[in-house]
Design a protein around this ligand. Structure first.
Ligand code: 13P
Length: 254
């Protein structure tokens, strides 16, 4: 059985004080109110990973994740953070290939393949993002693009290794816009991704990989999205910055 996961992507938000307050609130509510065994991951800005991890130290329900890391292991790369650094801090997850990294920082397929490799080499789990911009969907080329994104950064892995990846489908037109993909649109794309994985690696491997939906997930739409057969949880942006709403989203997974 693949894992159900709700991950919050805080992006570049919150002061340290706000980040620790948000973590405390989420931790308390998850401990008191959440009965499912869905994994919860807080993907915080780099400087908050250790303080947040420390707050979460005495429990196993909530884990930490980074939002990016370098494709290099060490060296003269001013301002970068490496996978070995994250591993040495005990951070288990890292988002790779978020559309904001693709769009504003020019990240693409071959670079992301290198990041996937270095992250796996150091024992972290990549949350690999894919998803189409609006014009691509309007041209009805979204399936082809997302298949290509999965292929170019993940298909060099062998079957045992790709099982260690989490995939997040995040249509760019739904990110931060308040415009969510319908449950049907999400399910259709998740099924396309899973079939693409099955064609390459076999059904059993494809069935073991968690595929999360991201793009304006909120407390009102999470239940319907998470009920889709191939949607294994969510990668949540704006709504993960509000403890109560984020915990409502976590409760929507069964
Ligand atoms: P929103 O939930 O704010 O649309 O962001 C989604 C996202 O980019 C998560 O990685």
């Amino acid at each position: 059985m693949r894992s159900k996961i709700v991950a919050g992507n805080w992006k570049m938000n919150k002061t340290l004080e706000e980040a620790t307050a948000l973590t405390s609130e989420i931790l308390k509510m998850v401990t008191d109110e959440v009965s499912s065994d869905a994994k919860v991951i807080l993907c915080t800005p780099f400087p908050y990973l250790l303080p947040v991890k420390k707050q979460l130290d005495n429990q196993t329900r909530i884990a930490t994740g980074a939002q990016n890391c370098s494709e290099h292991e060490a060296g003269a790369y001013t301002g970068e953070v490496s996978a070995p650094m994250l591993a040495s801090m005990g951070i288990p997850y890292v988002i790779l290939g978020h559309s904001e990294r693709r769009q504003y920082f020019g990240e693409g397929g071959s670079l992301l393949a290198k990041k996937v490799d270095v992250v796996l080499k150091h024992g972290l789990t990549p949350i690999y993002c894919c998803g189409e911009p609006l014009d691509v969907r309007e041209r009805n080329e979204h399936e082809a693009l997302v298949k290509q994104q999965v292929e170019e950064s993940l298909f060099h892995l062998d079957a045992d290794t790709i099982k260690k990846i989490v995939i997040a489908y995040e249509p760019v037109w739904a990110i931060g816009t308040g415009k969510t993909a319908s449950a049907q649109q999400a399910q259709d794309m998740h099924a396309v991704i899973r079939k693409h994985l099955a064609d390459k690696y076999g059904q059993a491997t494809a069935d073991s990989i968690s595929i999360l939906y991201g793009g304006s997930v909120n407390a009102g739409n999470a239940k319907e999205l998470f009920a889709c057969a191939d949607v294994d949880g969510g990668l949540v942006g704006g709504a993960s910055l509000k403890a109560k709403e984020f915990v409502e989203i976590i409760k929507s997974i069964s």
